[in-house]
Design a protein around this ligand. Structure first.
Ligand code: ADP
Ligand code: UDP
Length: 239
């Protein structure tokens, strides 16, 4: 019997007949301010699922181990069930969002090298910043596991920065999550979509991500559909 395990801000996680496999349902919903603002967008779940499954398959094809098994329908995928590491791994290539406001910088300023930040996943605490020693001291991961996860983040950044450029977009920043399989292996989990990254048009700097909703700039689903079309074309042209 299928059982709903969790309803998050963007997805539902369903138990399947296989205890090692989850069915993920992408909802037609977007949130801002860690869930304090929430709106319905027809077609958003399909668009986010389309992008995330396309990107995860691309990462698998380029040697990254992930939880992705297969796309099941327009708004569903099957994934390997993980015990999630309660950390968000944010990589920033360009100054934007909270990094700009925290340090009083103009969005779009250059960085001498990518910034890597971890946040403790807790809606109640508004995902506070956490450093390596606190992450290890609180038992969230070992030093070795953190190094491994950041190694994967760097590979993902290199692959996707290049792919996005071919799709006419700058990968400004993104958030990844990791989980452990029952044998302890750490793998890339959750999703990669414009819900969790910033993408700017290479020529116009137009926002092509969730900032169109946060800042009320354009229609969310139309924007995500465009991101999917651009990425799909860029991947097809690589082959
Ligand atoms: P949030 O919890 O931040 O509101 P979502 O709506 O995207 O986010 O919910 C998906 C939840 O499922 C997240 O808490 C995420 O950490 C978790 N998750 C992602 N991939 C897996 C997986 N393979 N196994 C178990 N949990 C996962
Ligand atoms: N991000 C995310 N979930 C969060 C917080 C941030 O996916 O709970 C992503 C966000 O979409 C962006 C990057 O992480 O691509 C950096 O976000 P930032 O810290 O600038 O916060 P924001 O301004 O997006 O709230």
């Amino acid at each position: 019997m299928e059982k709903l395990l969790y309803t998050g801000k963007a997805k539902q996680m369903w138990q399947t007949d296989d205890p090692e496999v989850l069915r993920v349902v992408y909802m037609d919903q977007a949130t801002a301010l860690n869930g304090k603002e929430k709106d319905h967008f027809a077609g958003k779940g399909e668009a986010a699922n389309a992008i995330s499954t396309l990107v995860f398959q691309y990462l698998i094809d380029h040697g990254i181990t992930t939880h992705f098994i297969k796309k099941l329908s327009e708004n569903e995928e099957l994934v390997k069930k993980c015990d999630m590491v309660p950390l968000e791994f944010v990589t920033r290539n360009v100054v934007a969002g909270h990094f700009a406001s925290r340090y009083g910088l103009e969005e779009g300023s250059a960085l001498k090298e990518p910034v890597e930040e971890t946040f403790y996943k807790s809606d109640a605490l508004d995902d506070p910043f956490i450093n390596e020693s606190a992450s290890v001291a609180l038992g969230f991961a070992t030093h070795e596991e953190l190094a491994q996860m950041w190694g994967i983040c760097r590979k993902v950044n290199a692959l996707l920065t290049d792919l996005c450029a071919k799709a006419g977009m700058r990968l400004v920043d993104f958030k990844l999550e990791f989980g452990r399989l029952s044998n302890g292996q750490i793998i890339l989990a959750d999703e990669f979509s414009p819900d969790n990254c910033r993408l700017w048009d290479l020529e116009t700097n137009a926002h092509l991500d969730k900032d169109v909703y946060r800042r009320k700039l354009a229609d969310l689903t139309t924007t995500y559909d465009e991101v999917f079309a651009r990425l799909e074309k860029a991947i097809a042209e690589e082959q």
